[in-house]
Design a protein around this ligand. Structure first.
Ligand SMILES: Cc1cc2nc3c(=O)[nH]c(=O)nc-3n(C[C@H](O)[C@H](O)[C@H](O)COP(=O)(O)OP(=O)(O)OC[C@H]3O[C@@H](n4cnc5c(N)ncnc54)[C@H](O)[C@@H]3O)c2cc1C
Length: 317
């Protein structure tokens, strides 16, 4: 990038790249500075399911999710496939509010529910194969003129020496950059197996520290289901066996599936995502972090709002 950028975005996960795209496609000169390339972010470890939108009207998370669903439904995108699947919970009568507004919603009867589940319904949602999708976002950002540098910043003040506007999409690392004590790591496993022929997804409501999630992506299936406040990213063989057992109980065809990968990610846990602007000296800093287990689902909505804060009000016509 020959000229000084208008905006420096910190982070090349789903938040940073989506926000970078919104900015660069609005005509801004945008530099992304990241500690790691997209394939080595938390975002690359997500399952990832988008929706259902269970937030009440008026909650910003509802509008953010709607925007992501709109973008993912507007045209075919690499790594994104709309699939039918089952959402289930152990207790009876646990269908959440607004679930029935999801495309393809149908409540499952007693003879259709998996054993041990009192509530289950089928829906149609986007499943995102994150490594493929992040590669697409990176290419789209670069094609529009954006630049990515693996060059982490030590502080927001240092970032502000790169550009007059800083957009902080550093995920969990925003803890160090901002001192936000409300941000904490929520550990979760990603176990990838060869696909024995599944095309429907399954997701158990994460009401307990462990659950079952089964997300097929063509030749492989991403299994998961665990949340624990910890910053330990060491894969745990006992946890792998537990996830496999819970998923096999739902889909017996997974019993013989070869395990291809087991990695652990740290979700950027926070009561609510932080999408807001603040002044730091002469610089405008826009925060877009703390999306917990929903960063993919919220990505395009938060990117839209963060980009609007970074660019300021549109000039009067
Ligand atoms: C196992 C698992 C399953 C998940 N499943 C889902 C799902 O199904 N649906 C869903 O919506 N979400 C899911 N999530 C949550 C989702 O992955 C996160 O909410 C999302 O990835 C957060 O994205 P991000 O871009 O904000 O952060 P990250 O992906 O963590 O990116 C942060 C970026 O900041 C960079 N960075 C760090 N420090 C600095 C620095 N000092 N200077 C510059 N850059 C820096 C990093 O290198 C990285 O590029 C899941 C998460 C896990 C772990």
């Amino acid at each position: 990038m020959a000229a000084r950028p208008d905006v420096v975005v910190l982070g090349a996960g789903v938040s940073g790249l989506s926000t970078g795209i919104r900015l660069v496609e609005s005509g801004a000169r945008v530099l992304v500075r990241t500690a790691a390339p997209p394939a080595h972010t938390t975002s690359a470890l997500a399952g990832a399911m988008v929706g259902p939108n269970l937030s009440p009207p008026g909650d910003p998370q509802r509008a953010w999710t709607d925007e992501t669903l709109r973008v993912l439904g507007a045209e075919p995108l690499p790594g994104v496939a709309w699939r039918d699947g089952t959402l289930a919970a152990r207790p009876e009568g646990a269908t959440p509010s607004f679930a029935d507004q999801t495309p393809g919603f149908r409540s499952l009867g007693d003879d259709e529910r998996p054993a041990g589940f009192g509530t289950a319904f089928t829906v149609r949602l986007p499943l995102v194969d994150m490594p493929v999708y992040l590669a697409y976002l990176l290419e789209r950002f670069r094609d529009a003129g954006g630049e990515v540098r693996v060059a982490p910043v030590a502080s927001l003040d240092e970032a502000a020496t790169s550009a007059p506007v800083v957009v902080n999409c550093a995920g969990l690392a925003a803890r160090t950059l901002t001192g936000d004590t409300g941000l904490h790591p929520v550990r979760g496993p990603r176990i990838v197996v060869r696909n024995p022929g599944l095309d429907r997804f399954f997701m158990e409501a994460p009401m307990a520290p462990t659950w079952a999630s089964i997300f097929p992506h063509g030749d492989h299936v991403v299994l998961g289901g665990g949340q624990r406040r910890s910053d330990d990213t060491t894969p745990d063989p006992a946890e792998e066996a537990d996830v496999l057992a819970r998923c096999v109980a739902i889909e017996p065809a997974l019993a013989a599936a070869e395990v291809l990968e087991h990695r652990v990610g740290l979700r950027p846990g926070r009561a609510v995502p932080r999408v807001e602007a603040e002044r730091r000296g002469d610089a405008l800093v826009v925060h877009n972090y703390g999306h917990a287990g929903n960063g993919v689902m919220l990505s395009w909505g938060c990117a839209r709002d963060a980009a609007a804060l970074a660019l300021g009000p549109a000039p009067a016509a």
